[in-house]
Design a protein around this ligand. Structure first.
Ligand SMILES: [Zn+2]
Length: 373
């Protein structure tokens, strides 16, 4: 019996290591081009166990539970040479030694990334499987153009697949979101990819933004308390409408995880997923901001009502999202929202979002729509 890592755990290890070997002063890239096809990729990285996955493995610790052995904390991302080396000399490469190596490598990547952040680099999402640092270089009424600097989620292959299989992608997953604008658009045609110097440039045709509902006219809704239960006042279920209904609309929309709703499979936020993959990373709050932008700006065609609306209905722009605290209350994480709201203008509020935080990634059926059928 081996306690192998799950795919999301391996992904998190690779992403947090920036796909580079974590061994001190190695830093070898573990993914790169493969000449067998124009978009071929070679992957050589190893998600190595710190404490062995089975009793025969190096540094095996019998007192650990199976879940602990499979946990992100028990892994380190390495090149093939160093994954072999650490298992052959366990006297030198103790578990503590490896954990220090991993932490040092992650810190190095993080400071490299915050260096990028300072130089006015933006974060841009294109569809559900790509987030990259880059910049918006052109806006016309029907087209946005962006330069890609560095992929954070996905890669060039993901981009080519997205463009080629555009027609098969759910319209709700055809979008571009720009962090610094606090805004995004649904695409109206397959993106065109070109090269400018050493960078890739993507031109996307976009739809006009969907009109929002004036927050004073938000429909009546049942009031919810912080436990997300109905709020009862003098024996009656409390009802809110207009601007009073906005906080709970935000809370409900963002607390629903994508894949959770049986009738609306694509609806829901990916905040837990990002939290798990990017916790402690400088990108986390920006990634969560992109999710709020998506829910505010990208129209959803409700198949039951046959009606199109944005899930956050009244939000025009997302200025800033801040995570306030992840410790105080189990499962409810307070966020500060700084928004531009239709009919109101600037609107700021702290709202808690349901987020069960454990050490392992929760097993939601997270949907991506760009895989081959
Ligand atoms: Zn190495």
């Amino acid at each position: 019996m081996r306690d192998d890592f799950t795919k999301p755990t391996k992904n998190a290890l690779a992403l947090r290591a920036n796909f580079k070997c974590s061994f001190t002063d190695c830093g070898m890239p573990t993914s790169g081009p493969n000449d067998s096809s124009p978009d071929g990729v070679t992957k050589i990285g190893v998600a190595a166990h710190i404490h062995g996955a089975s009793p025969l493995g190096p540094r095996y610790l019998s007192s650990m539970s199976s879940d602990e052995r499979k946990n992100f904390k028990n892994g380190i991302w390495l090149c093939p040479t160093h994954s072999t080396l650490i298992d052959q000399d366990t006297t030198k490469y103790t578990a503590d030694f490896l954990r220090e190596m991993k932490a040092a490598h992650e810190n190095k990547i993080q400071s490299e990334m915050s260096g990028l952040k300072k130089s006015n680099i933006d974060l841009i999402a294109l569809g559900p499987d790509m987030v990259f640092s880059g910049e918006l270089i052109g806006i016309k009424s029907d087209a946005w153009q962006v330069r890609i600097l560095h992929f954070i989620v996905g890669d060039l292959h993901t981009l080519i697949t997205f463009a080629e299989r555009y027609e098969q992608i759910d319209p709700y997953d055809r979008y571009i979101l720009v962090n610094s604008l606090g805004d995004g658009r649904q695409l109206s045609g397959a993106p065109e990819i070109s090269k400018s110097g050493s960078d890739y440039v993507v031109c996307t045709k976009v739809r006009n933004s969907l009109p929002r509902i004036n927050a004073h006219n938000l429909p009546r809704d049942f009031a919810l308390n912080d436990g997300h239960d109905l709020f009862v006042e003098n024996g009656n279920i409390a009802v809110v409408s207009g601007l009073d209904a906005l906080p709970q609309r935000i809370k409900s929309a963002l607390s629903l995880q994508r894949g959770e709703s049986p009738s609306h499979r694509n609806v829901g936020a990916r905040i837990i997923e990002y939290f798990y993959l990017f916790r402690d990373s400088t990108w986390l709050s920006n990634l969560i901001k992109l999710e709020v932008i998506r829910n505010a700006c990208i129209p959803y065609l409700d198949p039951i009502q046959n009606k199109e609306y944005t899930l956050l209905q009244s939000i025009n722009r997302v200025n800033n999202i801040e995570i306030l605290d992840t410790e105080s209350k189990p499962n409810w994480v307070p966020f500060h929202f700084d928004l531009i709201v239709e009919g109101i203008g600037s609107w700021k509020r702290d709202i808690s979002i349901f987020m069960p935080i454990g050490d392992e990634f929760p097993n939601y059926p997270l949907g991506t729509k760009t895989e081959a059928k």
